[in-house]
Design a protein around this ligand. Structure first.
Ligand SMILES: [Zn+2]
Ligand SMILES: [Zn+2]
Length: 413
């Protein structure tokens, strides 16, 4: 890994980078403040108050209380734009999205900025996303003469669950003025500091879930002929579900069916009358929408019917896949190349079966979601996301702001 930030000798110490370097201590301060007061989805009250207070301090127009705790800030650039001379022509609008919620995890890091909320922790880096979005808002407000167009910064609640993007869209955050494109990032400990994971097309998977109860007929473990054994039925279903990916999905596509829970029985010599399973389904290809639900139900119904069991199936879709627009991914990639300064810092092979509700925004407008490498094993900052010892290299905060700011200037030019 080659990390060339923040002390490379060869880089162009441009005006943007210099200003953002001077912002770095504040970015760290804001991030640590947010880290100490993590809040779960739709409960981001202190977080939203902090964001709103900062925006107000800097004179940035914003709306609060969108989808409960969400905030949208609007910053208008006033660089003269030749297009604006055409009467009634709409200036372009670029949105930047950051999520603000934490997870129900007890933090095990012994750091001065450790979580002060028992059992709640910023273990995914959303404190960093909020700090980066704040830093971007601050910079753009200070330098509004450097870009033409309007930037909307969306501070979103509840990404981890149950999802804040959809209610924010329903509340109209992409309208008035209408958003033309959107960008967003995730600090990413799967990549080292100094790298950016960016690609066009699918970046993250769709996630669907199901719960299934197999209804058999219980009885004595020595007298199976009097029963319908829900354990035997469930075992066949778990195996057969694996054939969807292995035999029904084109091998060029990727998908996962994971039965993560299977519960049945109370005693070794009692045949269980019911078995319960819960599962998660992941895929990249949007054309699979509806397909897995259909195949899962066919398999469960077929096996139950053959064994004389009944079933109850509850199947739902959580988030669609994160699909990046080709042009917007090119824009982010070209900017990232300026920031990380080296082609080895660009990692297009960064797809993951993890999911993100940024996908709902990307279904509405073209955009690009990307990963900003934040792991630094030398500083023991490389634990995976959602781990009680997750933390990241805060050098990435300034890189995030720089990428966003450069994207804004490039998008409007
Ligand atoms: Zn997460
Ligand atoms: Zn996350």
């Amino acid at each position: 890994m080659v990390s060339t930030f923040p002390n490379p000798s060869s880089v162009d110490l441009s005006r943007i980078r210099l200003s953002i370097r001077s912002l770095q201590p504040q970015l760290i301060e804001w991030r640590r403040r947010l880290h100490q007061q993590p809040e779960l989805g739709f409960q981001e009250k202190l977080t939203a108050e902090f964001v709103s207070q900062k925006l107000q301090e800097w004179g940035i127009k914003h709306q609060i209380g969108i989808a409960q705790t969400g905030i949208v800030a609007t910053i208008k650039g006033n660089k003269p734009d030749p297009k604006s001379k055409i009467e009634n022509s709409k200036l372009p609008v670029l949105a930047i999205r950051a999520d603000m919620d934490a997870l129900p995890i007890q933090e095990l890091n012994e750091v001065p900025y450790k979580s002060q909320h028992d059992g709640v922790m910023h273990a995914c880096g959303h404190d960093g996303h909020t700090a980066i979005a704040l830093g971007t808002a601050y910079y753009l407000q200070q330098h509004h003469q450097d870009f033409s167009g309007t930037v909307k910064i969306i501070f979103q609640p509840a990404e981890e669950s149950p999802g804040g993007a959809k209610p924010m869209i329903e509340a109209g955050v992409l309208k008035n003025p209408d958003v033309d494109a959107i960008i967003g990032l995730h600090l990413w400990n799967n990549l080292p500091l100094g790298t950016v994971g960016v690609r066009s097309g699918a970046l993250m998977a769709a996630v669907e879930c199901f719960n299934c109860t197999i209804l058999g007929k219980g009885g004595h473990g020595a007298l199976p002929h009097q029963t319908v054994d829900s354990v035997v039925v469930a075992a066949q279903i778990v195996n057969a579900l694996q054939t969807i990916v292995a035999r029904n999905v084109n091998p060029i596509d990727s998908a996962v069916v994971t039965v993560g829970e299977l519960h049945a029985g109370t005693k070794r010599n009692v045949i269980a009358d019911t078995a319960r399973m819960s599962a998660t389904v992941r895929y990249f290809n949007p054309s699979f929408k509806g397909f897995f639900h259909q195949r899962v139900e066919q398999i469960i119904a077929g096996i139950c019917q053959s064994q004389g069991a009944k079933y109850e199936l509850d199947y739902w879709s959580l988030y669609p896949p994160v699909i990046n627009d080709v042009k917007m991914a090119q824009l982010v990639r070209s900017v990232a190349e300026e920031v990380v300064e080296t082609p080895v810092g660009i990692v297009p092979e960064c797809q993951t079966m993890a999911a993100e509700d940024m996908s709902f925004f990307l279904e509405e407008v073209p955009g690009c979601y990307f990963f900003l490498g934040s792991a630094n094993p030398e500083k023991d900052l490389a634990y995976p996301h959602h781990h009680p010892r997750f933390d990241f290299d805060e050098t990435a905060l300034g890189m995030g702001v720089e990428i966003f700011v450069r994207c804004v200037e490039k998008f409007f030019s």
